[in-house]
Design a protein around this ligand. Structure first.
Ligand code: FES
Ligand SMILES: [Fe+2]
Length: 377
């Protein structure tokens, strides 16, 4: 069970804030050293942490059928997650046991994993099944040379991978059902940005910048600095209400529905941002490549079933395009400028105030966990 507020309680809290011209406030002001965004040793230690906790890897909606797979790097290690004949999602180090060739890349569906170099074939559960001209390998023990597994867990519509002995339950310490089984994958987009992974994550964790940062996109529909902020476990949820939420004042409390009246932005520790918007949920996985470069894989998942309905699909796509091409593009541009600002040396610290409580929570969790993978300030 998660400790998050119910939708009705969130709506009540939003109305209170509108009436009082207030917002949720954190308790602390936080100073984060800017070297934590640029130091290569710090970056390596962060990636070590990623390998030692259940790391969000992909949505279940990307693997609906037997044989569906997602293959990409996680904390610098090529990983493949694949749904087996028994319906269970497993994950493996994405390297052939012959001479290490990558077994698959990106998204697809396979009956077996066949290596593209010499054709060694593995079953969906990772067992090595077939070696062409096996007589060339006398004494080789096939049983012992399946793909090397890593721990995979499928929870509430997400797949998590734990590569090394876990130092913490990470995001699974308190993880709510955000994605429901009926939601369908509509599209996938990949990005490669020159920015530290934490900078872009921070842009999704506060609403203090809505009026100045999004004057023509989000602000006309939303509020400036009016959010419900809920840390839960190492994660957090920030509610961004739309102005049209006012319409719910006339609806009896128990009948109020949040649909299209607010956005929930979930920061699932450490690398996943999930934003539930009007008609779709953006599920964005950050894959840090270096202190100043991050790849993103964005899955856009419909909130309601589409079932082949072309009109419904068009509406969802419109929703996706609108959000990604406007407000999110602004956040990306701002973050890239901050990345350049890091190099200016102007700041030894960034400061996060009472309006940026979800970011403060994130850094507190990082500070708690980093020593567990041997990081010392
Ligand atoms: S490297 Fe995979 S079959 Fe040779
Ligand atoms: Fe923003």
């Amino acid at each position: 069970m998660s400790s998050l507020l119910s939708d009705l309680d969130v709506i009540d809290r939003v109305f209170e804030h509108i009436d009082r011209n207030s917002t949720d406030l954190g308790e602390d002001v936080w100073y984060e050293p800017t070297k934590n965004y640029s130091c290569p040793e710090r970056f390596q230690a962060e990636m070590k942490l990623f390998r030692h906790i259940p790391l969000p890897f992909c949505p279940s909606a990307a693997l609906p059928k037997v044989g569906d797979y997602v293959a990409r790097d996680a904390a610098g290690v090529p990983i493949i997650a694949i749904r087996g004949e028994d319906g269970v999602v497993r994950a493996f180090r994405n390297a052939c046991r012959h001479r290490g060739m990558k077994m698959a890349d990106g998204h697809g569906c396979a009956k077996a994993l066949v290596c593209g170099y010499h054709g060694w074939a593995y079953k969906l559960d990772g067992r090595l099944d077939y070696i062409p001209d096996a007589h060339g390998f006398p004494g080789f023990d096939k049983e012992k040379h399946g793909l090397v597994p890593v721990t995979a867990a499928e929870r509430h519509g997400l797949v998590f991978v734990t590569q090394e002995e876990p130092v913490s339950d990470g995001p699974l310490a308190d993880y709510p059902e955000v994605l429901k089984p009926h939601q369908e994958l509509v599209s996938i987009r990949e990005f490669d940005f020159e920015m530290n992974w934490k900078l872009f994550a921070e842009a999704g964790m506060e609403g203090y910048h809505i009026k100045v940062g999004h004057p023509k996109t989000f602000y006309p529909y939303g509020f400036d600095n009016l959010n419900v902020v809920e840390p839960f476990g190492p994660n957090s949820r920030v509610t961004f209400p739309f102005r049209r939420i006012e319409k719910l004042r006339d609806v009896p409390r128990e009948e109020r529905k949040i649909d299209g009246k607010l956005t929930y932005a979930y920061q699932i520790f450490p690398n996943l941002l999930m934003a539930k918007l009007s008609r779709h949920t953006t599920v964005q996985f950050a894959e840090p490549v270096s202190p100043s470069r991050t790849k993103y894989t964005n899955y856009y998942i419909s909130n309601d079933p589409i079932d082949g309905d072309a009109a419904a699909l068009a509406e969802v796509k419109k929703d996706i395009d609108y959000v990604s091409d406007t407000g999110v593009a602004e956040d990306r541009d701002i973050t890239m400028e901050i990345q350049k600002g890091l190099a200016s040396g102007a700041n030894e610290h960034f400061v996060y105030g009472h309006f940026e409580a979800a970011i403060v929570h994130f850094h507190k969790v990082m500070n708690e966990l980093m020593p567990k993978v041997g990081w010392e300030e």
